[in-house]
Structures are given as C-alpha cells and as structure tokens.
Design a protein around this ligand. Structure first.
Ligand SMILES: Nc1ncnc2c1ncn2[C@@H]1O[C@H](COP(=O)(O)OP(=O)(O)OP(=O)(O)O)[C@@H](O)[C@H]1O
Ligand SMILES: [Mg+2]
Length: 351
C-alpha cells in the first residue's frame, strides 16, 4: 500500500516535566523540521517513567498536537528509567531464528525482573572479539505492564503507537544525525526531571548504557522539604533569579549538593565502563535534557571526569525555516528536544 516507502512518524517524548512532539520531513537535501512543540504536565502525572494519571497525560498530548497543528497520528515513543534494561551479552553463535527461540533462557540471568514480566528484544552485533564461537548481542528488556501503560496512553490520546524505542537509543539517533561521530568514544547523558540516561558510544556503536533515577526534580524536592511549598512553587523558585521565599545561599547549596550527586553517579558508571574496557578513553561528554542547562553541573562534571563537557545541539543538521520557528526559543529548549527529535527521525520499520 505504501509502495515500500517508509512511513513518517511523529516523535513523541513523554517526560515527567514536559511532553515534546516533533515532526521531521525528508527532503531532497536532507531533513527538515516541520513541527516542534512542548507542553508542561503537572507534577505527579508521570513519575520516573511510570504513568500515574493517564487522563491528564493524554489530555496534554491532545493539546500539544492541536496547538502545534500536528495531524499525523503515527507516533514513535521511547521508554527509559528503572523498568528498562539494556545490556550487551555474549551467547553461543547461532542464527537469529535460533536466538529468537532461546532468548528468554539466555536473557534470564541478566534481567532483575521475572522473565515472564518483560518484553524482550535483541540485536545481533557480530562475532565476539575474544571468542570466535560466541557473538555479541544487544539485549533490551522492558517491563510488560509499563509498555502496556504507554500504549494505552497513546491510544487514549487518539494516536497510533508505531514504534517503541529506548530513550538512550533515541538520543544516540539524534546525536549521530547531527554530529556523524567517528571512532572517538563519547558519553551521551540526558538528565531530565526524574530520570537520567547514559549511553557510551564508540563510533556508531553503543558499548555501555545505564539509566538511573536522578533528575532535576531532586532540586524541587529539596526546596519543598526546606520551605514547605508546593511542587509548582518550587519549580518557579528554582527558575527565578531571585526569590523572597528562600535564601539565595540555601538554593545554591541545594543545587550544589544535587549536582554533586549526579557527578558521583556518572563517575561510578564511567568507572564501571573503564573496568570492563580499561584501554578506552572517553574524551567528550555531551549533555542533553533540562539538567544540561545547569552551568555548575557542567563545570563540576568536566573537573571530576577530566573530560570536555558540551551541551548537545539537537537541531544542528536540520533544515529549519526561520519564518516558522523562533531561533531563540529553539536555542533555549534545545537540550530538552534531543530525544524527541531522535524519535522523529525514525521510520516505521526501523529496528
Ligand atoms: N535553566 C535551567 N536551570 C535549572 N533547571 C532547568 C533549567 N531548564 C530546565 N530545567 C529543569 O529540567 C527539567 C526538565 O527537563 P526535561 O524536559 O529534560 O525533563 P523531562 O523529559 O520532562 O523528564 P524525564 O525525562 O526525567 O521524565 C525540569 O525539572 C526543569 O526544572
Ligand atoms: Mg526526558
């Protein structure tokens, strides 16, 4: 029916602070940004990747599509956080069909959940470099109930979920499109409101991936705990230059302790990666998500990891109509758009 043409998808990144939607069109000269928008959702509607209030979330998605004139109903979404596990494993060499048969058995030892409770997917990466009888396989496991919740949410919003990706892969997709990485190892880190995903790339291959439950809302929680305000007020206080409600010194202290926490966690993940691959050297960290905007975090991370730290420009390689998009707005929200645009670059039969 589509004459082998890949169906275009709207990228839909469902965050706990804001939902982002983007549409990209393939042109003769590249990819052009057709639509992009974001909508904030109330604290508590989505927490650490789990949908707590599907009504409110689906309303927000409907509103987002309407206010940005997005009519296409086929969407690509991504999941991340604690309920998603991505691991590189070694198995005996076999065909894809054979692995399909035995993947549950192979995967069981690597998954901290009951194997019957997860959806499994895999990709054969090639022969193992240390043992020619074995092959490397990228294993992805996501909790079934969480996937079902997301599909239900998309359906409630009147949309058609065509592709379910992993946050870290969507981020990688955006990065590769914009930066054409060569052999150098790069760590991509997305710090959102409630989850952080880390993906180490060697050239175009993802060699290590970890999601942790850290994010910018930790700052909000500490503000709430200190001055007993609502989560909405805490967000406002955090984003404002001056606030009557909290001493500037206290706010600085909160931000410092949270970003120190993030840096420690990132260092742990990098150390773990180095323990498995001591010869590698990550020279460059590329940040995305709202947390990338925190200057103190970027500075501390650069010092603690002796690495160059930059913010991603997820729009860099897109053709963008200046008349349609406000360049200063895109610049302001750029780090938060990375995953969404990585999803918008997907086609329906992408793996
Ligand atoms: N300039 C800034 N300074 C401090 N925090 C910021 C800044 N800009 C954005 N943030 C924070 O970033 C967070 C939103 O980032 P993002 O849109 O990446 O999160 P999300 O995708 O909704 O969340 P998640 O993916 O974790 O569910 C909010 O907590 C917001 O307060
Ligand atoms: Mg996010």
């Amino acid at each position: 029916m589509f004459f082998g043409k890949k169906i275009n998808l709207v990228g839909l990144d469902i965050g706990s602070k804001s939902i982002k939607a983007g549409e990209v069109l393939e042109t003769k000269t590249g990819r052009s940004l057709r639509k992009f928008g974001m909508i904030d959702i109330a604290p508590g509607v989505i927490e650490d990747g789990a949908i707590k209030d599907a009504d409110a979330a689906s309303q927000a998605i409907k509103e987002l599509f309407k206010s940005n004139g997005i009519k296409d109903q086929n969407v690509a979404i991504s999941v991340g956080g604690y309920s998603v596990i991505v691991k590189k494993i070694n198995v005996q060499k076999m065909t894809e069909a054979e692995l399909q048969e035995t993947i549950n058995f192979e995967a069981e030892q690597y998954i901290p959940f009951d194997i019957n409770d997860v959806n499994l997917d895999f990709q054969i990466l090639g022969e193992n470099e240390h043992n020619s009888n074995q092959m490397n396989v990228l294993l992805v496991a996501a909790k079934k109930d969480m996937i079902a919740e997301y599909i239900d949410l998309i359906n409630r919003a009147g949309l058609n979920p065509c592709l379910i990706d992993v946050d870290a892969f969507a981020l990688q997709n955006n990065y590769e499109f914009n930066y054409h990485p060569e052999d150098e190892s790069v760590a991509l880190i997305d710090i959102g409101a409630s989850k952080t995903s880390l993906n180490i790339l060697k050239g175009a291959d993802s060699v290590f991936m970890r999601d942790v439950s850290l994010g910018c809302s930790q700052v909000n929680q500490k503000i709430v705990a200190l001055i007993d305000c609502s989560p909405e007020e805490a967000e406002q206080i955090k984003q404002s230059e001056h606030s009557e409600s909290i001493a500037a010194e206290d706010l600085r202290g909160i931000v410092s302790s949270v970003v120190a926490d993030w840096c420690a966690e990132i260092r742990r993940a990098l150390d773990f990666f180095y323990s498995t691959d001591p010869d590698d050297n990550i020279k460059h960290i590329v940040l995305s998500g709202g947390g990338a905007n925190i200057a103190e975090f970027r500075q501390l991370l650069a010092v603690e990891t002796s690495t160059e730290v930059d913010i991603i420009d997820p729009f860099q390689a897109f053709e963008i109509d200046d008349g349609q998009f406000d360049a200063s707005y895109l610049k302001q929200i750029a780090p938060q758009a990375a995953i969404c645009l990585g999803l918008a670059l997907r086609k329906v039969d992408d793996k």
